[in-house]
Design a protein around this ligand. Sequence first.
Ligand code: PMP
Length: 400
Amino acid sequence: AWANVPMGPPDPILGVVEAFKKDTSDIKVNLSVGAYRDDSGKPRVLDCVRKAEDFIISQRLDKEYIPIIGLDSFNQAAIKFAYGENSAPLKENRIAVAQSLSGTGSLRVAASYIQRFMGSNTTILVPKPTWGNHLSVFHDAGLKTTDYRYLNKSTNSLDIQGFLSDIEAAPNGSVILLHGCAHNPTGVDPSPEQWKQIMEVSQRKKFVNFFDVAYQGFASGDPHKDAYSLRLFTDNNLPIILAQSFAKNMGLYGERIGAVSIVCNDVEEKNRVLSQMKILIRPLYSSPPISGARIAERIFNDPSLNKEWLTELKGMADRIIEMRSLLKSHLVNDFNSKLNWDHITSQIGMFCFTGMTPEQVVRLRDEFHIYLTSNGRISVAGVNSKNVRYIAESFHKVTQ
Ligand code: PMP
């Protein structure tokens, strides 16, 4: 039956992982995967997660289906975390929210909602570059995308003029995808002032603002700081759709826990929107999984676990920030690189856009056993106190 099905291309990031696994060298370094590693290069399960799990097991809970929109105690806590406890739409109970399958599932539910209620001709404005899966999710949901300029390649910083002029030229009423913090893959975020400029255009052009927030608290260590852009737009009453992921900030990757929310004008509108979110979710996956929601709910709602989490979260963010400055300092001070490496420390979040060319990426792999994606992006989580000097030395050798 499937004789005409062509072989699909491999996933670009998983391809790098496969090559890394085959490499038998002792000094090999994997800088491709977007998952946290501790200073010995191991995946990390947070202590607060272990404690929440122990508590949940001790309760001997049943495994009945949870509602189509997930656990209410999780949903309410998730939006409070994002929008802030003083947010007007939160206090006025006018945010429609559903637990969904991590960030990706939340993006997909939101995209299908946009397709159904704004129409198949809706175009989503996306930064160039953006996380590759954004394009696949939106296209599979039947939407079109167009790019706005984002990265200035010569400085590895934000092309704010290009950004503003491209969104200015887009039709009024467009949907714009915004990475709330820690832009993936570039690690380049607008400054607070630049966010205000972007908001001004969005407000004037009556855009629907579709925020993807996959790294809240993970970028700076402070969840409030990382929610700045979302809260700026929400507090100014711009239309908001939000996809949240707790993969990175709670280290719950495989639990697939996230939330999709839509800010509405009043409670009555919220009820209508929520009824339609249920109608969309039911045929997609019926209802979300229970385990991650229970864990996240405990971490949000148990004061002592919450405190412990915020400390552990800051610890992960701080380790990444420290590795950024060590990497730069080795390049500049130990190896006397004459290139400008300021972007390593000015970029934030898990990723750094090094500026390596595809040829340099190949040399790093073949001569130095260092694996990164061909766009020159590294996951700083793969850098640790043992390999940082070697990575700096290798970066210097291929860029000399
Ligand atoms: N959005 C962005 C920008 C991301 O980087 C990621 C994680 N790579 C996600 C969404 C969602 O990932 P997940 O589905 O694992 O939560």
